[in-house]
Design a protein around this ligand. Structure first.
Ligand code: ADP
Ligand code: MG
Length: 618
């Protein structure tokens, strides 16, 4: 017998489509509050939203004679033409939410508009009105949803644990609170306030109040025409993508295309993990696939390459500006001395012949310049002689724009060398630098002319160690030193059973490494130029980097060197005066003493003018 489904059942079926989990309810309700012009939104949940959800706003409210209408399917005050429908569709279906939510829960709404003295409270069970009252309340709307899917047991089973549902909701509210930084958000989970923003429109402040982690504290602003937002410097990453929030035309999305754009923008400056990126992307609605389900977050762009390009360009632009190195204070009173936190390194194939680079050094370009020593010397000498390796070594450390292009033809495993890039702008000469103090067992206060420079000893140490390792890695110098207690290296089964080219690479560097069975290797000798802890952290980073490919290219090795630098440098080592002098001397010999290998500054600058201004003398 064929029956027409009654409204109750039809609603329940349709509701199952739109409302998948408590988090879908929150999304719809908060969007409605935003549409209602709210400046304050409170979200409260209990048991992951399964037993209780409350969303309270101070928006326009619903007139008492329209409350019931709002719960009719396809009831919406937001569409008038078909054109509207097409563009709005990219943000989800319209006029479905309240009807769908009401159909699968026990719901009550309390709402009042500015021009009525009392509010209306309407209660429903499974979409059927059970009560209607006039009540006293504030202007705005409160929706309370209890016992989601109480009447659809099959759906109830598909919900995750309380904790899992709660975390999905919290993550969503965090994102919404950032996007709508001009709205004050508050979230209460099982009676505890876990999020509260000021709603003053300050993105940076909102982001930091929601994510207090250090990864979010010095974000670089992106401000291109189509891509706006905030990203971390390449040295500041998280080991998951939770710091990556993408909004396309105001909709929270996930997108491999956007991820690709980010990856291209950062290039090989990321040595591990995922940068923080909160991106607001504008796209023409007609260039988005409109046929995607509103519940799905994955978005489809019609012109993917264009989006990738726009994002990569925006990221690159932001990174090569001085602003990409954070100022010492939020007020920007201090500035850092690296004018160009340019790419830490590039990789160049070592070939017998190098093409001459005749372009003069251009300080205004946000790109590292690379000039081979031959070309450099050529430009000084009218009658160039071939440059030998001895001459390269003899080149003074002060010739900052040089890059050693040592040609090696007999390297069996390492066919590429890592280029150390120099800085473009030199803020001072190291000879001018006087040490005037040392604070917090971390910072060396120095002075050059009318400026104070604060040196971060850890960043300096990383830079020195990094350049030492890279230079040694590039050279043919591969002496080993025996160690008393061997290093045991555990590897995953795929690495152990895979191609072992990487072992040759390590041997080439000076490690003696042998198979020790059951996935492990034993190391009895380490490169002579490394300390035990440096050698240990490098080889472990090296093995970790082997997860997928057992061949490590130079870019990866470079990243590993950077990573091992980080772990080799200990925090809060109090330096003696002699050690401070030694550190400065070694730093002066570096090719780029002005930033650590991860792109962070080694020095920050405070000018006399800034000090005088701070004392209100200027
Ligand atoms: P839509 O948002 O697509 O219009 P909904 O079912 O979500 O459909 O809401 C139906 C209507 O109810 C809205 O168009 C709006 O007029 C009204 N409404 C819903 N929530 C609120 C709210 N928080 N404040 C004011 N009006 C609301
Ligand atoms: Mg809605």
């Amino acid at each position: 017998m064929i029956k027409v489904l009654d409204k109750f059942i039809a609603d329940k079926i349709a509701a199952g489509e739109v409302i998948e989990r408590p988090v879908s309810i929150i999304k719809e309700l908060v969007e409605n509050s935003v549409d209602a012009g709210a400046t304050s939104i409170i979200v409260e949940i209990r048991n992951g939203g399964k037993t209780y959800i409350r969303v309270t706003d101070n928006g326009c409210g619903i007139p008492s004679d329209e409350v019931e209408t709002a719960f009719l399917r396809h009831a919406t005050g937001k569409i008038s033409t078909l054109d509207d429908l097409n563009s709005i569709n990219t943000l989800g279906f319209r006029g479905e939410a309240l009807a769908s939510i009401a159909a699968v829960s026990r719901l009550s709404i309390v709402t009042r508009t500015a021009d009525s003295s009392a509010g209306i409270k309407l209660s429903m069970h499974g979409g059927q009105i059970v009560n209607r009252d006039t009540v006293g309340c504030n202007i705005g709307t409160t929706l309370i949803i209890e016992d989601v899917f109480y009447n659809i047991p099959a759906r109830r089973k598909f919900m995750g644990s309380d904790a899992r549902e709660a975390s999905a909701i919290i993550e969503l509210v965090q994102k919404l609170a950032i996007y709508y930084s001009n709205i004050r958000f508050m979230m209460i989970n099982n009676g505890q306030t876990i999020l509260s923003t000021e709603g003053d429109g300050d993105y940076r402040k909102t982001i930091m109040s929601i994510y207090p982690g250090r990864e979010f504290s010095n974000l670089i602003e992106l401000d291109s025409e189509k891509v706006k937002g905030y990203i971390s410097d390449p040295g500041t990453t998280k080991n998951n993508r939770k710091g990556q929030l993408f909004f396309v035309n105001g909709r929270i999305v996930e997108s491999k295309v956007i991820e690709k754009g980010l990856a291209q923008g950062y290039g090989d400056r990321i040595f591990s993990g995922y940068p923080v990126a909160i991106l607001f992307i504008e796209a023409e609605p007609q260039n988005l696939d409109v046929n995607i389900h509103p519940g799905k977050k994955e978005i489809k762009f019609l012109y993917e390459d264009e989006i990738v390009f726009q994002i990569a360009a925006a990221v690159r632009d932001a990174m090569y500006t001085p602003a990409s190195i954070p100022a010492a204070t939020p007020k920007k009173t201090f500035s850092t001395v690296t004018s160009a936190p340019a790419k830490a390194t590039t990789v160049q194939k070592t070939e017998p012949e190098h093409k001459p680079v005749n372009k003069p050094l251009n300080n205004t370009e946000h790109k590292p310049e690379q000039i081979g020593i031959r070309e450099f010397l050529k430009s000084k000498s009218p009658d160039p002689e071939p440059v030998t390796k001895q001459e390269v070594k003899a080149a003074p450390a002060k010739a900052e724009t040089l890059h050693e292009d040592i040609t090696e033809t007999d390297k069996p495993y390492v066919r590429e060398e890592i280029q150390l890039n120099s800085y473009i702008h030199k803020p001072f000469d190291f000879q001018e630098l006087r040490t005037v103090g040392y604070v917090f067992s971390s910072y060396i206060i120095t002075q050059a002319r009318d400026n104070l420079y604060v040196l971060d000893q850890h960043a300096a140490h990383e830079r020195i160690f990094y350049e030492k390792l890279v230079t040694k890695y590039n050279s043919r110098d591969r002496k080993s030193q025996p160690i008393l207690t061997p290093i045991m290296l555990e590897t995953s089964q795929d690495v152990y059973n895979g191609d072992r080219e990487w072992i040759d690479q390590l041997r080439y560097m000076g490690y003696s490494i042998e198979d020790f069975g059951a996935g492990s290797f034993i190391i009895r000798e380490i490169p002579e130029y490394m300390s035990l802890s440096e050698a240990d952290s490098f080889v472990r980073a090296f093995a970790e980097g082997l997860d997928n490919e057992n061949h490590l290219n130079t870019i990866v090795v470079d990243k590993l060197i950077m990573r091992s630098c980080k772990s080799a440098v200990k925090a809060n080592d109090h330096l003696s005066i002699a050690e401070i002098d030694q550190l400065l001397k070694q730093l002066a010999e570096c090719k780029n003493p002005f930033s650590c290998p991860h792109g962070r500054p080694t020095f920050i600058k405070v000018s006399r003018y800034e000090i005088e201004r701070a004392f209100k003398r200027k």
